[in-house]
Design a protein around this ligand. Structure first.
Ligand code: 6PG
Length: 245
């Protein structure tokens, strides 16, 4: 547990660099899948501030866990956010930045094209070295929202997912990795900050494990990096059970 988003982001940046260096030492390459939303933006800024020499960026390929169906220069674009806070400041090679075509008139075509690119590069299922995930207050991750069709997908690795949620301001179609793709990763790091997520985080961690999309992400190394505000409900529940905690 970290005091705040800044401390969480600095720790996450350390893990990105450590996992990347180990991947490159072992296999000569590193594939990282980024989330959108607001939480990772601070991490992007920390990585950018540390400079290009702080990580083996020449051997890191960036992918996305999801994308909104908007143009890359739209304020809601996950790629656009990473470009502004990480890709451009570090002048990363365009050939190593693999965005989803959110602007495509047919999101299903865009999803299938991304799956083809991804599986050609990382296999089937695509094995990322690191997947960075967030979690919404409803327990969604990537664009796997409660009640959305993509939750039941067991064969595809990238799909267009029609979402109905107040968190997408009504209805929206998102392009998203499926739970199969997320769970094939060597390392998964959830970054969760803020009091608005505390109740859901406590429920996600306590179980049962069939209630929230974030619980679908499994794998050999899934670690939650949370700040004190997001951890508060779980800490309170633990204290009620054991006042010594
Ligand atoms: C997106 C993200 C999404 C995000 C959560 C948390 O496209 O929005 O991929 O899954 O991680 O919604 O968002 P915040 O970090 O803004 O709370």
């Amino acid at each position: 547990m970290f005091d705040d988003l800044d401390a969480l982001s600095r720790a996450a940046a350390d893990e990105v660099v450590q996992i990347a260096r180990a991947a490159i030492a072992a296999r000569g390459a590193c594939a990282i899948a980024l989330s959108g939303g607001s939480t990772p933006t601070r991490l992007f800024d920390v990585l950018a501030q540390r400079g290009r020499s702080a990580a083996p960026w020449d051997h890191i390929d960036l992918w996305w866990v999801d994308e909104r169906t908007v143009a890359p220069d739209h304020p809601d674009s996950n790629y656009g956010t990473a470009r502004a806070h990480l890709v451009d400041p570090l002048a990363l090679a365009p050939g190593r930045v693999h965005r989803m075509a959110g602007e495509h008139t047919d999101p299903d075509v865009a999803a299938r094209a991304y799956e083809d690119e991804l599986t050609a590069a990382l296999g089937a299922p695509p094995v990322f070295d690191l997947v960075l995930l967030g979690m919404g207050a409803d327990g969604h991750t990537a664009s796997l929202f409660p009640g959305s069709p993509a939750l039941a997908e067991r064969t595809r690795f990238v799909v267009a997912n029609p979402v109905v949620s107040p968190l997408v301001r009504g209805t929206a179609t998102r392009i998203t990795l499926t739970a199969s793709a997320l769970s094939a990763a060597r390392h998964v790091r959830f970054l969760v900050a803020g009091a608005d997520k505390a109740q859901t985080l406590a429920a996600v961690r306590a179980g049962p494990r069939d209630r929230y999309p974030a619980q679908l992400v499994e794998g050999p190394d899934v670690v939650w990096l949370v700040d004190r505000a997001a951890a508060a409900a779980a800490a309170a529940a633990a204290h009620r059970e054991d006042p010594r905690s």
